[in-house]
Design a binder for this molecule. Sequence first.
Ligand code: SRM
Ligand code: SF4
Length: 587
Amino acid sequence: MSSTPAPTASPAAGKPLHKNELLKSESNFLRGNILRDLADQSTGGITEDSSQLTKFHGIYAQDDRDLRNQLRKEGKEKAFSFMARLRLPGGVCTTAQWLALDRLADENANGTLKLTTRQTFQYHGVLKGNLWATINRINQALLDTIAACGDVNRNVMCNPNPEQSELHAAVYQVARDISAHLLPRSSAYHELWVGDHLVGGGEPEVEPIYGKTYLPRKFKIGVAVPPSNDVDVYSQDLGYIAVVDASGKLAGFNVTVGGGLGMSHNQIETFPRIADVMGFCTVEQAVAVAEKVLVVQRDYGDRTDRKHARLKYTIEDRGLAWFRSEVEARLGYRLGAPRAFAFTHNGDRYGWVRSHDGRSHFTLFIMSGRVRDDADYKLKTALREIALAHKGDFRLTANQNLIIANVAPEDRPQIEALLKKYRLDTANDASGLKLNAMSCVALPTCGLALAESERYLPELVQLLEAEFEAAGLRHDDVTLRITGCPNGCGRPYLAEIGFVGKSPGKYNVYLGAAFNGSRLNILYKANLPETEIVATLGPIIRRYAVERLAGERFGDFVIRTGYVTPTFTPQDFHEAKAAKPAAAAGS
Ligand code: SRM
Ligand code: SF4
C-alpha cells in the first residue's frame, strides 16, 4: 500500500529548505550523532542537531528553567535533563505496564508521571546517564517512545469509550492499525535504545512512506466517537469521526483534515485552524486514507518555513477541493459524502459508568494530568495500589484524566475501597469549571514557555470558581484551558475560556469556543495581568448567571452578548496577505 516519496513540491519552491531538512536527510535515518553525544560525559546535554533527531525517538532535551539564571550567573552549565514521551495509541495500557512506568518514574525521572493531552505518558527530569536505561526499560514493559515527537505521525488518539466495549474495540483497532502503519521503518530506534545492532551487509534502510526527510512537520491523528469530541477532532491534522449504523456497529468514518492549533504571538500568518470534513471512508479504507493524506502532506507541505509547514497551511494555501482530489487520486477511488453526526462536548464524564456486559469503569479527574504524591493527596501511591489490585486496564483520556476500565462486578468493592482510602473518590466532587480545566506543562521544563501554566492552574481555577460559585454556577460545566505560550499544547483555543501565556504573569484571554469543540475562541483581552483576571471575567460570569438563555453555554453566551465577535478567520489572513504581501510574508 505504501508509495515512494515524490520530490518535494512545496508551495514555497524557490525558497531554501529549512536546515532541519538537510539534517534529516543526512542523519542516516535518524541516527545522526546521537550515540556520540550520549557518550560525551563532559556535558549533561546533547548538541542541537542531536536534540532535533532524538525527538523522533520520543526524547526532548530540556533544562530546569527555574535554575537557569542562577546557573548562568555562576558560570555553570544549564541543569540539563530529558523529557521522554511514550507512544500509546488510544491511551490504553495494562496494569503491569502502569506498575513498570510508576517504578521507572521514581528510579530514573522526577518521581512523577505526566498524562498528556494526547493520551500518553511523559517522564520529566531524566538525566543523560539514565536516558538509555529509561527508554530500554520502557521497551521491556512492551511500550515504546518511537515517533512520539518529531516530523512524523504522533500518538494516535482515540475516544476511550469503555462503556461501549464492542464499538471501542472496533475504533481502537483502527487507531492501532493506523499508528502501526505510519511508524517509521528505520531500525535506528531499536539499534540505539533496545540493543539491536545493525547487521553488517544487511539490507539498506528504506522509509517506504516517509522517505529520508520524513514529513515537513509533526502530524497528528485522532479518532472521535460522537457524541463525545474528547479528542478535539477539529484540532487534528487528520481526524476520524466514527459513524455507527442502526445496529450500533461501526460503519466507517467521516474524515477531517487540516486542523491545528499552534500559532505565534503577533504573527498573523500563523493561526489555529478548525479541520474541514473531507468525506467518508469505510473501516477497511481508514488506514489507506491515513497514508494518502500523510503522503500528500509529505509532498506538498512547506519545507522552507517550519511555522508554515503543518497540513493546515497546505490546505489553506491550496484549498480543500485540491487536497481531496490529490488524496483520491492516490487512493484510486473517491471518498463518500460525509454522514450526519453531532458532538455534545469535548470534556470527560466522571465517576462510574457500567457497560451492558456488567463491567464498570471509573473516570478520575487528575489536575493537569500530573500523577504524583503530595503531602495530603497520595495519588501516585493510590494508583499503584489500584494497579496491583485491578484486573482490567487503564485508559488515559485526551483531557489528561484516567479511566480505571473494565472492573468486574465482583472486583468493584475492592477498587471502591481503594478510591476511598486515598480520597480519590472525592476528586470528582470538584466544581464544573475545575473538572473541565486543563493546562499544558510549561515551566520549569518546557523550553518554549513564556508564562506559568501547570503550576498556575490550581490558583486560576480557585479564582474563577469562586466567581462561578458566587453566581450560583458551581456545578455548571465550563471549559477552561491555559497554556504557557501560544503553541496550544493544552488546546486553549478550543476552550470557552482560554488563557495563553504572553510573559511572566500575563496572559492573552480568549473567550467563546463551543462547548463541543467545534468553534475556536476569540481574543478578548491581550496581556492581562494575573491581578486583573477576576475584575475582568467576574462581571461576565455574573451576567451569564442572570441573562443566559435556557441551556445556553458560556461560550455561546459571550458571543451572543457581544463580548467577542468572531473576527479573524484564515480567509482574513489571505485577504491581508493579498493586500500587504510583504508584511504577511515574514518569518
Ligand atoms: Fe505540545 C511543543 C508539551 C500537546 C502544539 N509541546 C511542545 C514541547 C515539546 C516544547 C518544545 O518543543 O520544546 C512541550 C514539552 C513540555 C514539557 O516539558 O513536557 C510540549 N504538547 C505538550 C504536552 C505534554 C502538553 C500537556 O501538558 O499534555 C502534550 C503532549 C502530547 C503528546 O502526548 O504527544 C502536547 N502540543 C500538544 C497539542 C495538543 C494536541 O496535540 O492535541 C498541540 C496543539 C495541536 C497542534 O499540534 O496543532 C501542541 N507543541 C505544540 C507546538 C506548536 C505546533 C505548531 O504547529 O505550531 C509546539 C512547538 C513546535 O512544535 O514547534 C509544541
Ligand atoms: Fe510549552 Fe507552550 Fe506547549 Fe505549554 S503550550 S507545553 S508552554 S510549548
